[in-house]
Design a binder for this molecule. Structure first.
Ligand SMILES: [Zn+2]
Ligand SMILES: [Zn+2]
Length: 485
């Protein structure tokens, strides 16, 4: 019997992948995904975040809850509005229109048709009851007739055995017949062939492969079918015949819906043992519904979260080198967002990779400046400078940071940043403005008129035609320094 294995990194989450190399299990959040074109259509491949080898997708049966752990959910299934409406409708028709010819057969066909859709939905991992549409109830009635034919053949054979072989053999065969009906229905669903469903080799094999789980399912189903009979015998005397018939019909239909959803679930849970193809990969989203019984939006982590997860796994394993490799790879192309850039920066900081840190610091600062995050940008700038006084960000970022440092009251770094900006990028269009801001700040914030004068005069000298030169002159006039040159 399959047991749900947890993710090696999230003990509360069921593993969906297994690495053949390191034997670790991963949940969808932890696995590395890669999109690749296969014959022109994109396909997702899964890799071990630690070993970078192809991870095995665990079979659906290994990560869904076994059916015996969710029995109450099977009871709740027909109480969903869709099947409930159908049950009420069919039972009412069965009570009030039963004098019409073939009404009971027709009701049975509709119910079986719907139950077949229940089973199909469940097998594909969809635990919501199917809609009450023409498509579900009216089309392809052959499916329902095959099942009804199956019941008629079994019933007929049973009658013949009783008639020709006597009660002893008859009861024995009745016992095995009822025991094996679910297996026959499962074979019918899998093969869509009435002949296969009646072939003892096929249905006994199925029952045998499911093993104890099959017996458990059978016991459960037997109790289910016994219940309406028990109810009818014990409580019917208090009721009017109409009500009695209505409740009996509704109860049998209720249990029929349950039994089909249960059989569908058993096929799903044992699909590997019975050789029924359920694509675990198509299942990635639905199966989580099976697990938690509710779809959550975080089932498919975005690329950033996946990378962060991989990095944290590698760090937990003490493999900083590999974590940095992953981060470096993710930075390639320059499309990585701020979150990744920040993680990469911190990673380089803890592992003291100075030159890579300074290198990355430059693009990280570009990102921070683009996002107008003044405080963090200034802090990162100072950190990089303290590591290496020669550190110099890209020109536009440096210009902004210089202004922000001054704004922030960090006159020393602000001043230096402007000076370094001018020195490193003498041809940059913002150089005149840098001179002007230097002068203005020296005058107004530092009250250092000598420095202010020097900056303004450089501006006037180097860019006499620039708009800001006019302002620089008026500052100099105010400071009475214009004549002293
Ligand atoms: Zn591995
Ligand atoms: Zn995980």
């Amino acid at each position: 019997m399959s047991v749900t294995e947890p993710c090696s990194y999230h003990p509360t989450k069921a593993a969906r992948f297994h690495c053949p190399k390191c034997e670790a299990n991963f949940c969808p959040e932890c696995i590395s995904r890669r999109q690749t074109e296969v014959y022109g259509s994109p396909r997702e491949f899964f890799f071990c975040p630690k070993c970078n080898v192809h991870a095995e997708v665990l079979s659906v049966g290994s990560f869904i809850a076994p059916f015996w752990n969710r029995l109450p959910k099977f009871f709740a299934y027909p109480l969903h509005l869709r099947p409930l409406l159908l049950i009420l409708l069919l039972s009412s028709v069965g009570v009030f229109l039963s004098w019409l010819p073939f009404v009971n057969l027709l009701l049975w066909v509709v119910l079986i048709k719907y139950c077949y859709a229940v089973l199909r939905n469940t097998v594909s991992g969809n635990l919501r009851p199917p809609e009450l549409s023409y498509q579900v109830l009216g089309q392809d009635v052959g499916q329902a007739f095959k099942q009804i034919a199956l019941f008629i053949i079994i019933g007929g054979a049973q009658a013949l055995i009783f008639f020709y072989m006597g009660a002893g053999v008859g009861l024995l065969s009745l016992f095995f017949g009822i025991l094996l009906i679910p297996a026959m229905i499962i074979v019918l669903v899998i093969s869509d062939s009435l002949i296969d469903a009646l072939n003892p080799v096929a249905f006994v094999t199925i029952a045998y492969r499911i093993g104890w789980g099959y017996l458990l399912m059978y016991l459960f189903l037997a109790l289910l079918y016994g219940a309406p009979v028990f109810l009818a015998e014990n409580f019917s005397s208090f009721m009017s015949p109409v009500l009695r018939r209505f409740l009996f019909l509704a109860a049998s239909q209720y249990y029929t819906v349950i039994s089909y959803s249960l059989m569908g679930y058993v096929i799903l849970q044992y699909h590997e043992q019975i050789g029924y193809e359920v694509s675990a990969e198509d299942f990635l989203d639905q199966a989580l519904v099976l697990q938690g019984e509710s779809a959550s939006s975080d089932t498919k982590p975005d690329a950033t979260a996946a990378i962060l997860n991989q990095v944290s796994i590698l760090m937990k394993e003490g493999r900083a080198e590999d974590a940095i490799l992953v981060m470096r790879e993710s930075m390639r192309g320059g499309t990585a967002g701020r979150v990744l850039a920040e993680r990469y920066y911190n990673l380089l900081k803890i592992t003291q990779r100075e030159s890579e840190l300074l290198n990355h610091g430059r693009s990280y600062l570009d990102l921070l400046v683009a996002e107008n995050d003044k405080a963090v940008a200034c802090q990162i700038y100072r950190e990089c400078l303290s590591l290496n006084p020669q550190f110099i960000p890209n020109p536009d970022a440096l210009f902004k940071i210089a202004g922000w440092c001054l704004e922030d009251g960090d006159a020393k770094n602000g001043w230096n940043a402007f000076v370094r900006f001018i020195k490193a990028n003498p041809q940059h269009g913002l150089v005149p403005k840098a001179y002007f801001l230097l002068g203005k700040n020296a005058k107004e914030k530092l009250h250092d008129e000598a420095r202010a004068e020097k900056a303004f005069k450089s501006l006037i000298k180097l860019f006499p035609e620039h708009d800001l030169a006019v302002h620089a002159r008026s500052y100099l006039q105010k400071m009475n320094r214009i004549g002293s040159t």
